[in-house]
Design a protein around this ligand. Sequence first.
Ligand code: ZN
Length: 488
Amino acid sequence: MRLKVAVMGITHESNTFVKEPTTLRQFREGHWMKGEALLNEYRGAFHELGGMIEVLEQEGIEIVPVMYAEATPGGIVSTVTYEILLQELFTALDSALPVDGCLVVPHGAGVSESFRDMDGHWLSLVREKLGDGIPIIGTLDPHGNVSDQMIASTNALVAYKTNPHIDQRETGRLAAKLLVSTLKKKIRPLQHLIQLPMAISIEQQFTGKAPCKSLYALADVLSRQQGILSVSIMLGFPYADVEEMGSSIIVVTDDDEQLAIGTGKTLEAYMMVHKQEFFGLKQDIEDLLPRIEKSEKPVLLLDMGDNVGGGAPGNSAYLLKALEARGKIRSFICLCDPTAVQLATRHAVGDTFEMVTGDHEDLTMNYTSRVKLLYTGDGKFKETVPRHGGQVNFDMGKIALVVTSAGNTIMLTSLRVPPFSLKQLTSFNIMPEEFDVLVAKGVNAPIAAYATVCKTLLQVNTPGVTCADMTRFNYMNRRRPIFPFEEI
Ligand SMILES: [Zn+2]
């Protein structure tokens, strides 16, 4: 008989230091679909769902596209939102039962008001519903903070190996292949989790260079051992005050516990010896400005404190102010500021007027200047090549483009969209190579897109809910002791 596999996901990276909760509106403005719509959206995408669909279709397996819901990273998911997501997911799953297997797409750093370990919670409900005999295998974003419950509720979880994440489709393929082999009784996945007594700083999580590069090279060597099905390094997400916050390792073997434990221990030892390198140096904009002037252009200036992909609002004009004050540097910056967009739409292209840009609750993070209006209109665009996040369709709501009297260009958006694609600029006739500086509100994720144009990459330590120095946050729930908070 033809095998039948359910595919589902609730994906959210929740920043517990953001005051505003994430609600249904953010999931609706994000990516939330069921049935055929899910297959149509992701079949060709560089997203893990794309890889899962590809393998299942190749194998002639019947796919039940249950539900996928993803919102842009932000505050914790409200109780009512999480309840509705669960209700929708389980109603769709119930009507599809029985299934032979299940592919799941949690993020790993989801937090709801009612369940700090949101991913562990919904995965445990799926396990409860399906029973122990049905394999559940899935993917994780390496920014996940992994709990015992996530591991206990699944047969195998495999994480992307790149940050920026450009191997999501491949990771989805791996998860699906593991499930197919399990269903065909060729393997019996056994997974082992090690929660390390350390957390890696966000700016040290770029897998293209030290210190991550050699760590991933070691994981790659270890993953080639006979009997290993997957080795995942979970970098972790520092902006979540939860028990499982921190870095971890997941090793999946073909029913070999000793191999799983031993491999995990080798990686743990490596990471602990190198822990200081994973904390890194932080540089402020005042230190960097002279360097920017001397650097090969364009420079990608990464605003770490207002990192949209880490849950920040993307509305701080902190760097714009510094660049305007310095002068001589032609810059581009994108700010989520619906109020400024509204003001702009009351003017005609070519008009000059005074505008407050930035929509930050700390008013000193905003910037008032005279601007000239260049454009207003809809902010939809498409990305068709592998970029962080693996999404195809983006919507910034209504947008406005203005240029300040100092010559800096500001894109103002109504919806928060992380800077993962240069189509965000080029679709609106902004040519990135014409600027000295492109400000992107992120840390590593934007590099996949921007490195194709930018000759210099600089990460700036700026204030905000994703400030690079995690020791500045007040945690109540994290595990202790962990480096860099305590000496290990
Ligand atoms: Zn991530």
